[in-house]
Design a protein around this ligand. Sequence first.
Ligand code: ATP
Ligand code: MG
Length: 502
Amino acid sequence: MGMGWKLTKGVFTASHATSKALNNSMQQGMVRRQANRGWRAAASGLIGPFDPPPPPQAQGYLDYGGLATYNDLNTEDWSFPLGRYVEPRKRWEAKERDQLGISESVANKHTVVYAPTQAGKTTSVIAPWIYYGMRAGYLVIALDLKGNNDLRDKVEQYATSHEPLPGAGFGSFDYTNPSESVSWNWIADLKDESSIEAAVEALVGRERDNDPNQAFHLRDMRWMQGLLELLGGSGTTWTVRMVLELLEDHPRFQHLVTRQKGSRAATRLADLAFVPSDEYYTKIQFLTTYLEVLNIDGFVATTRRAELSLDDLADDPGLFVVTAPIGDGRLSEAVSSLFLGQFLQRQYKKFNRDDRPVLLVLDEAPRLKDRIDLKKLMSVSASSGMSVLLAMQEVTDFEEKERDVILSNCGTHILMPGGGQKTTEYFGGRLGTRIATRQTHTSGFGHHQGSNFQAGLQTADVPVLGRAELASPPCGPYGAFVQSYSLSRKPILVDLARDDLT
Ligand SMILES: Nc1ncnc2c1ncn2[C@@H]1O[C@H](COP(=O)(O)OP(=O)(O)OP(=O)(O)O)[C@@H](O)[C@H]1O
Ligand SMILES: [Mg+2]
């Protein structure tokens, strides 16, 4: 703090009118008691919204005066939980009865969790949200970035201490465990031009402004699009491995293109297929690198049969998990983007239709930014009946232009402890500023009792919550700050600690 403190024009200003009034010893006593309370709060290290202003000598305390008090909350029946309300005074503890949360319609304005790795976001937020989504009849689509059933286990663990889920099914697309996975031949499932375009974006990457290799990138996209169209018109069920074998055989490839002569696919592939062979084998590498990533046994095994069509996904499971361990790098990115791109492209067509609601859970969302149009996702999905729960580590994981569109499309923001400077700054910036008061210098306060005691207040425009305050919520390891306008104009301190785990 210490920024721009200025005198108020209120009752307690140090104007001579007030000083005169304070000559009355009773009033002086009252003011002194008030000052003492402010001093004690500051000395405890934490100032909350219930505390009187601290004295000017007070230093080194954290000022949580901008937090919501219980009276600031519009508590409603909730569908998705946000932890227990922490009353910002005395013991700074959550009470069992004050479980907070948001309704389905507020969740439909999307939610973002800012949390460094291992902050507990899966256990504290993601798993409980999936559980409640399933209970409310949502189709929940989620990425498991750890593998070994991390996500499913954490949802089940949560369910064991809550009401059991009535018959909600579970499905997975998991190249790390083909025997448990549904088989999804994504190539056969490319049913129209927009699904092919989404697959191209997921494999080759999205078009970027200022890309120095833009011309090559566009060419690669055109070839990939042509290739996928060619395969779709071939009457065969292809795996990536089979496609790579095809591309490594120039005459065979040429033959297939010739068979579809005059088609859009053939036109797009003409400058690749009908060149001398040495040129062909040089050029084809540009295309095969995108596919090689997916050429691993597990992925080939889980894509061999056309068992699942994403059009039917909403008919069955409560939870569908796509496993793509983050340690697999580009493979993980390609698989999650391929699936999501296809799913989203179908979901967007449900514009304003009365379908089953969807909860999409995207852990580490910035990872997908080059392959999925997240700006579109955030701005279009609400009207298609889809609510998004994003999790990310730092706001800097997005480029600034994109970040603002993505995050300003979130109605609820959850900040878990340990965020970096830019992230806390961003969250703090969203909260804005407030007028804070503190006591003016009261010379001799506490020593010269009864002498010329002068008390007054100064005000200043300060952040609703400062950076130091935001870095560590003052209520145990699973404390968090929530900003959700439906609950309060002010930020809310919550405790996400799970009773069943502690
Ligand atoms: N709300 C909670 N109450 C009690 N314990 C918790 C809570 N949240 C997390 N934990 C503990 O912390 C561990 C790590 O949590 P979790 O795996 O959910 O973190 P994460 O942020 O999802 O990690 P990662 O970034 O690796 O995905 C859990 O195994 C659990 O024991
Ligand atoms: Mg996790």
